[in-house]
Design a protein around this ligand. Structure first.
Ligand SMILES: Cc1cc2nc3c(=O)[nH]c(=O)nc-3n(C[C@H](O)[C@H](O)[C@H](O)COP(=O)(O)OP(=O)(O)OC[C@H]3O[C@@H](n4cnc5c(N)ncnc54)[C@H](O)[C@@H]3O)c2cc1C
Length: 570
């Protein structure tokens, strides 16, 4: 019997455990296995294998029962996730459903999740800009949160490292607010976007319109072919899963790469309940998992643990990892765990029309759009709110056709396209300020279907955000007017926090263990063999889409962790 127990424990013991298989967990798995560690990847959702588990990827619009629309019952049952633009008949299989995964909204918060192997990497919009020192120096300069323990130079080589493998398209724009990376050939701005770029450059010294930097393979390099990935086909139905591996997802890239090392064990349907802390050893020894199928609790053990469950679920796991030593959550000596959560302010939009360039139109599709890097409060404080916003920008010809008639007449009418003016639009991507009062905590009474406390989310906008929305609407309107755009409309969706799907913080990095959870290596100050490299670790939010930074931080932390382990320090 005792031999059996020893064997069973041995079978559940690895060098490393990674919690979550999304963007950051996939990178942790790739890096740790690549350095020779036997690594267990625990994923709460089902397995999604590249290509074979993308059921809608080759479907034509008419092959969908509801022509791509969401049936009424699905919307009724999923009031939260239905608000996400990417949730439609072709993608419902990759989103966590509201009813199955309840949480408590102390303030309105739309929590959008992807619970499967690959996490949200299947669904993301693939925008990947580096942060600059204006971002890392933000909290110290403007006096909020705590100072980041790292600067751009700490991450720069790791940005390069992950960009080359993931495949990032972009143009070297030479802007100090948005450092250039290791780019594959860029997508192009179309003629109305180029026109706007010229007009903006004429009128403003410090405002730029560039093509977005995105995780798409525009020219496959040997490293991409080795992953079995090919050039993006511009189908623009990425969120259904790409059989070409044309965009970066864990499923197409890091997870199969890690699997090929022979060092990875991937365990789907494994809901991590908590991390086990051993007081005598002064470190974490493993994790408790609830098997999603049997509901049985199983323990797994390892020397190092990477927590990559996505920002809020990482907070939940850490808060739920209580012990005699850590009664308020693992590593939470400072009391800041779960606090200083922030997000991106995506509330505002401006649209307009342009009646020039009518002899031109666009052709084909482009899985990317124009991007306006932050220009507010960059070099000095110039407004009555802190920080600033980036923005998306794109333009397309308005097309009309008539659906009159039936049979042959209808076909002919549908085929006759009349082109109107250009429609142009921009959306805001604002930085929000992390605050103690924006927090997540465990609900004392409510449990999820696995018996784990539900997450209580109290995260919302503040006065700074309101002022920023106004400024964006005003500035973008001015820019549109100067470009001669007409029929300009401004729009504040007042959408709840969360729908930006860039929630961050709660287990922030910092220099001082009294005010932060992680050190400059994404390593817990108070429990050195636990690393958090997803959005939970973010000290502030910047304006750039965050996932590229999670990738770079994960690769950097994995390198450090393995070196420390080999030196006997973990
Ligand atoms: C529609 C959409 C558009 C987006 N666009 C962009 C964009 O353009 N650019 C950008 O940078 N970001 C974008 N994002 C956000 C991006 O997807 C996330 O930042 C990124 O996926 C975060 O990586 P992650 O590893 O932290 O989390 P995820 O990719 O969500 O992976 C977390 C994984 O952990 C698993 N997990 C959670 N809890 C547990 C548990 N208890 N036990 C075991 N496993 C667990 C989950 O099932 C999931 O698989 C977008 C997201 C969506 C949905």
């Amino acid at each position: 019997m005792s031999n059996f127990n020893i064997d069973s424990t041995k079978n559940r013991t690895y060098d490393a455990i990674v919690i979550g298989s999304g963007i950051s967990g996939g990178w942790a798995a790739k890096e740790l296995t690549g350095k020779g560690l036997r690594t267990l990847v625990l994923e709460r959702g089902r397995d999604v294998r590249h290509v074979v588990d993308y059921p809608t990827t080759m479907l034509q619009p008419w092959e969908f029962e509801h022509r791509g629309q969401l049936p009424y019952e699905v919307k009724q049952e999923n009031p939260i996730v239905s608000k996400c633009y990417a949730f439609y008949e072709g993608t419902t299989q990759f989103f966590a459903k509201d009813k199955e995964h309840p949480y408590v909204q102390e303030k309105p918060f739309d929590w959008i999740r992807g619970y499967q192997v690959g996490g949200k990497s299947l669904l993301w919009a693939r925008q990947t800009q580096r942060w600059s020192n204006f971002d890392f120096e933000g909290p110290a300069r403007d006096g909020f949160a705590v100072d980041w323990p790292i600067r751009y130079n700490d991450l720069a080589p790791w940005y390069s490292y992950v960009e080359k493998f993931a495949g990032i398209t972009g143009n070297k724009d030479g802007l100090d607010t948005l450092p250039d990376g290791e780019f594959l050939p860029p997508h192009d701005l179309n003629c109305v976007e180029k026109y706007f770029k010229e007009q903006v450059s004429k009128n403003y010294k410090d405002r730029h319109i560039i093509i977005g930097r995105a995780a798409h393979i525009t020219k496959a390099q040997p490293i991409h072919l080795q992953q079995g990935r090919a050039q993006c086909q511009h189908r623009t139905i990425c969120e259904r899963g790409c059989p070409f591996g044309g965009y970066f997802s864990s499923n197409a890239s890091t997870i199969p790469w890690a699997m090929k090392t022979g060092k990875m064990t991937l365990r789907p349907d494994s809901v991590v309940h908590s991390i086990i802390y051993d007081e005598k050893k002064g470190k974490a020894t493993g994790v408790r998992v609830i098997d999603a199928n049997t509901k049985e609790m199983i323990e797994f053990y390892a020397k190092i643990i990477f927590v990559n469950a996505a920002a809020l679920n990482t907070n939940l796991i850490l808060l739920n990892s209580t012990s005699n030593r850590f009664q308020n959550g693992l590593g939470n000596d400072s009391g800041v765990l779960g606090k200083y959560v922030a997000f991106h302010n995506y509330r505002a939009r401006v649209s307009g029309e342009y009646d020039g360039l009518l002899d031109s139109t666009t052709d084909g599709r482009r899985p990317n759009s124009g991007y306006i890097p932050r220009f507010r409060n960059v070099y000095k404080q110039e407004t009555d709110f802190l920080r600033g916003y980036a923005a998306g920008f794109d333009g397309r010809r308005i097309e009309y056709n008539s659906s009159e008639g039936i049979g042959e007449d209808l076909k002919v009418n549908l085929g006759k396209v009349t082109r109107g003016a250009w429609s142009v639009g921009s959306h805001m991507m604002g930085e929000t300020i992390p605050k103690e009062s924006n927090y997540v905590a465990l609900d004392k009474a409510l449990k999820d279907p696995y018996g784990i406390p539900q997450l209580r989310i109290a995260v919302g906008y503040d006065d700074n955000d309101e002022k920023m929305v106004k400024d964006y609407l005003q500035q973008m309107t001015d820019m549109f007017e100067k470009a001669g755009f007409k029929n300009i409309k401004t729009y504040d969706s007042k959408q709840a926090a969360g729908l930006d799907i860039h929630e961050m913080g709660g287990a922030r990095m910092g220099k001082d263990p009294k005010t932060s959870i992680l050190n400059k290596w994404n390593q817990m100050h108070a429990c050195k063999n636990v690393f958090v490299t997803d959005g939970a670790s973010m000290t502030s939010t910047s304006t750039q889409n965050p996932s590229l930074t999670y990738m770079a931080m994960t690769a950097r932390a994995a390198d450090y962790a393995v070196k420390q382990m080999r030196m006997g320090n973990l």
